[in-house]
Write a protein that binds this ligand. Structure first.
Ligand SMILES: Cc1cc2nc3c(=O)[nH]c(=O)nc-3n(C[C@H](O)[C@H](O)[C@H](O)COP(=O)(O)OP(=O)(O)OC[C@H]3O[C@@H](n4cnc5c(N)ncnc54)[C@H](O)[C@@H]3O)c2cc1C
Length: 380
């Protein structure tokens, strides 16, 4: 693809915003469309710590680890001072396990992984007193594994910065819903409520809404939505340097600057695209958080957020060009770890469009496995 192609990017969550940033920096005429409703990125908890996951899928781990390692480069490219950034900070992660034996097993896995992923940083098993010194709200009798390279990221702030930088590079931005059509000659047209524009290439970074935008073009997409709710609390202490806490369960605790602590998130598979916060789920999350940090029961609830994650049926993400549609690029299925893998996916989509070597082999994340042209369309 030549260097001054006009490209539409639909969806400005972490994938679309990163792609827009790098493509606009490379001199392309970029137009961004983002409707915004239900966006996973701006609801996300913000944990960047793939190395301590016990998920066994090698391609997933390779992507998530490369994604975590890529963050400092992204921040640098955005001219963001990594040691003082409100967007991203390596505050370390504390991981709890049910038994000391399981904790030692996790430490071994982490030590092993550190040989290829030095970003994981220092590893140590901390006593309850050492844990309290790092995060004074925690009241526990248990030990935890501390990884100093674990980070927190503010997804909403990061995408805002990426989109603003893309706009400074000359990109157009429309906070509108986009519909895509393709002409017999292969020209792509995007229509919104206010205008219509044609492009030689399109990136669909629409997260859980990829089936909706591809369905009119005759494609079936293996993506289902998962609802995630979380709570933003406010405490009086200064939380800026507190580590991320991952208890043995799915409710994590992510401290951000200025007394903000995020608790969450839920993983709800039967709620479709619903975005309503539910009292019952929020109460359970608060109760679980207060078991580890009792004073959180009295903290002020500042807001609740709800977002929609995108999952494939085998939980693996995919990205690249749709084989039947040259110039039409997609990424979806990032699931629960898309804040970690999203930036590297955006970078790889840019490399594909620029015909550059890719940071990871795209054949490990094949689009064709999850997107199929409907039989009726193929026969026409
Ligand atoms: C509650 C919660 C907590 C999470 N916590 C973490 C975490 O701690 N760590 C981690 O690594 N990951 C986490 N994730 C996962 C991560 O947030 C997602 O995997 C990732 O943000 C997905 O990014 P995306 O760009 O693919 O999609 P999204 O961020 O969902 O962006 C897609 C965008 O496309 C827009 N769009 C869709 N269709 C159209 C259209 N036709 N026209 C215009 N715009 C359109 C949507 O409105 C949306 O803004 C969490 C997710 C949730 C929901």
């Amino acid at each position: 693809m030549n260097n001054k192609t006009s490209i539409a990017i639909v969806g400005a969550g972490i994938v679309g915003a990163t792609t827009a940033f790098y493509l606009s920096a490379a001199g392309h005429a970029v137009t961004i469309y983002d409707e915004g409703t239900g966006q996973a990125t701006s609801a996300a908890a913000g944990i960047i710590c793939p190395w301590l996951s016990q998920r066994r899928n090698k391609q997933w781990y390779q992507l998530a680890a490369a994604g975590a390692a890529f963050y400092p480069t992204l921040l640098h490219d955005l001219n963001e001072d990594i040691s003082h950034s409100a967007i991203y900070r390596q505050v370390g992660t504390l991981v709890f396990k049910k038994t000391p034996k399981l904790l030692t097993k996790l430490e071994k896995i982490a030590l092993n992984r550190r040989e290829r992923a030095p970003e994981i940083g220092e590893l140590s098993i901390l006593s309850p007193a050492e844990i309290k010194a790092k995060l004074p709200l925690l009241e526990t009798e248990q030990s935890a594994l501390f990884a100093s390279g674990g980070a927190r990221v503010d997804g909403a702030l990061l995408t805002k910065k990426l989109v603003n930088a893309a706009v400074s590079n000359g990109a157009d931005y429309f906070a509108e819903k986009a519909q895509l059509t393709v002409s017999p000659s292969g020209t792509y047209t995007i229509a919104t409520p206010t205008h219509t524009k044609s492009f030689s290439a399109v990136v669909l970074a629409t997260g859980a809404w990829l089936p909706e935008i591809l369905q009119p073009l005759g494609f079936s997409v293996d993506i289902r939505p998962q609802k995630g709710q979380l709570i933003h609390l406010e405490v009086e202490q200064e939380t800026e340097n507190w580590p991320v806490v991952m208890p043995d369960g799915e409710k994590d605790m992510i401290p951000f600057p200025n007394g903000r602590i995020v608790i969450g998130a839920t993983h709800e598979n039967d709620e479709g695209y619903d975005l309503t916060p539910t009292e019952e789920k929020l109460t359970v999350m608060l109760k679980e958080a207060a078991e580890l940090a009792p004073s959180l029961a009295k903290a002020t609830i500042k807001e609740t957020r709800v977002g929609t994650r995108a999952f494939t049926s085998d939980f693996a993400p995919f990205f690249g060009e749709i084989p039947e549609s040259p110039g039409l690029y997609v990424a979806s299925g990032l699931g629960s770890s898309g804040l970690t893998s999203g930036p590297i996916i955006g970078r790889i989509l840019t490399q594909l469009i620029l015909n550059e070597p890719t940071d990871l082999p795209v054949s490990d994340y094949p689009v064709a496995r999850y997107i199929q042209k409907n039989e009726l369309e193929v026969k026409q």
